[in-house]
Design a protein around this ligand. Structure first.
Ligand code: PLP
Length: 398
């Protein structure tokens, strides 16, 4: 009979959900407690300082059991009214999905066109906001790290563009695949609503979503007329004051979250960001040596949490990914919507070190060889060289 077991660990190198650290798994492996009792209140108290640190905020971080898409919806229904116009930057699949949700909610999103190879264009935002009909936008929305393309949008530049246009719109940012992997600072960057999820840089399973909310967004919520019930911020913020939630919370995911926040603090957020930057640079060095192209066309905008690699003409990215899964037990990310079968994505985020990166890149290089994709030799060597030239941060003294 064919073997039914594969030896060794599966490599989950999609750009989220990410590999779970054993510490997080152990932290969740416990009985469910009373979510209105004293032990639960103690658990929630542990969450707020760490959450505020990763979001870079001092106001509320609203937690919902839900996926990132739920946090998108929550950001909109709490701040907008039917028919409100919003300017959304078309950086890729996820930016478009967020705009579709806005449309379904009865909002009027306008997509600022993009080529899916760059981050948002701050100058185009400034020009659109300054146009004669540009005053009416109630929000500007951007995806910080576009997971479908591996391009980063410079949020401070978008803030500057809004300020230069003298515009009062809310700034909403999706940080689902950058939070806890790349520098992010909601307050310093003037972001009003930050959308997050548990399953990427926070090293947790899918199932928690977040909105970090500014004072201006809370004020907008007082006048926003879209119907909202489950996603209502006020109900959660009020219940949180007593250490509880207005719904049954995902208790064990919250244990995992407390542990993951401790782990990020022990390593030090700056060191976490530098680790992702080293791995992003080493991955791009490998891709360049293979003679392949990254989907992100501007090296200054390249993501440090994932790299989307363009498949040479005439070769199927999905067939390549299927071969890598079958031969090496590694999952790579697929191309989404118009990039379907055209790119594969290497996730290099979360609980990840030099040797996990090298294993992932070795799987890609062997896969290219076996799939008969034309590529240059030496990708792995280029990655090793990149890692060795950029010394890792010293362990953080807690
Ligand atoms: N935004 C970004 C940037 C994402 O990468 C994702 C998922 O990968 C989402 C939104 C949607 O989140 P979810 O799939 O958890 O609903």
């Amino acid at each position: 009979a064919a073997p039914t077991r594969r030896a060794g660990r599966h490599l989950l190198q999609i750009p989220g959900p990410t590999n779970l650290p054993d510490r997080v798994l152990r932290a969740m492996d416990r009985p469910v407690i009373d979510h209105r009792g004293p032990a639960f209140r103690a658990l929630t108290e542990r969450l707020w300082p760490g959450l505020r640190r990763v979001f870079g905020c001092s106001g509320p971080v609203v937690i919902f059991p839900g996926s990132g898409s739920g946090a998108w919806e929550a950001a909109l229904v709490n701040t907008m009214s039917p028919g409100d116009r919003m300017l959304m930057c078309e950086t890729g699949h996820f930016a478009v999905q967020w705009a579709r949700i806005a449309e379904r909610l009865g909002l009027r999103p306008e997509l600022l066109p993009g080529d899916w190879r760059h981050g948002a264009d701050a100058e185009a935002i400034r020009a659109r906001l300054s146009a004669p009909d540009g005053g009416g936008f109630r929000a500007v929305c951007a995806v910080h790290n576009e997971t479908s393309t591996g391009c980063v949008s410079a949020i401070p530049e978008i803030r500057d563009a809004m300020d230069a246009a003298g515009h009062s719109a809310l700034l909403m940012v999706d940080t689902i695949s950058s939070l806890g992997s790349m520098p992010y600072d909601a307050e310093a960057w003037g972001v009003d609503v930050t959308v997050g999820g548990s399953q990427k840089g926070l090293m947790l399973p899918p199932g928690l979503s977040f909105n970090a909310v500014s004072a201006k967004a809370l004020e907008a919520a007082r006048h926003a007329a879209l119907p909202r019930a489950y996603w209502d911020w006020d109900a959660v913020i009020e219940a949180n004051e007593g250490g509880v939630f207005p719904y049954t919370p995902a208790t064990n995911l919250l244990y995992g979250l407390a542990e993951a926040l401790d782990m990020l603090a022990e390593e030090g957020l700056e060191a976490v960001f530098e680790r992702h930057a080293r791995h992003g640079a080493a991955t791009r060095a490998a891709v360049a040596a293979w003679g392949l192209e990254t989907q992100c066309a501007d090296p200054a905008q390249a993501s440090n949490s994932l790299t989307a690699v363009r498949m040479p003409e005439g070769h199927s990215a999905d067939a390549f990914r299927a071969l890598v899964l079958e031969r090496f037990d590694m999952s790579l990310g697929n191309g989404l919507s118009k990039l379907a079968d055209r790119v594969f994505r290497i996730g290099h985020l979360g609980d990840f070190n030099d040797l996990s990166l090298i294993a992932a890149l070795a799987g890609v290089e062997m896969g290219l060889c076996e799939a008969g994709v034309p590529y240059g030799a030496g990708g792995l060597d280029a990655a090793l060289d990149s890692l060795m030239r950029r010394a890792p941060s010293a362990p953080h003294a807690a």
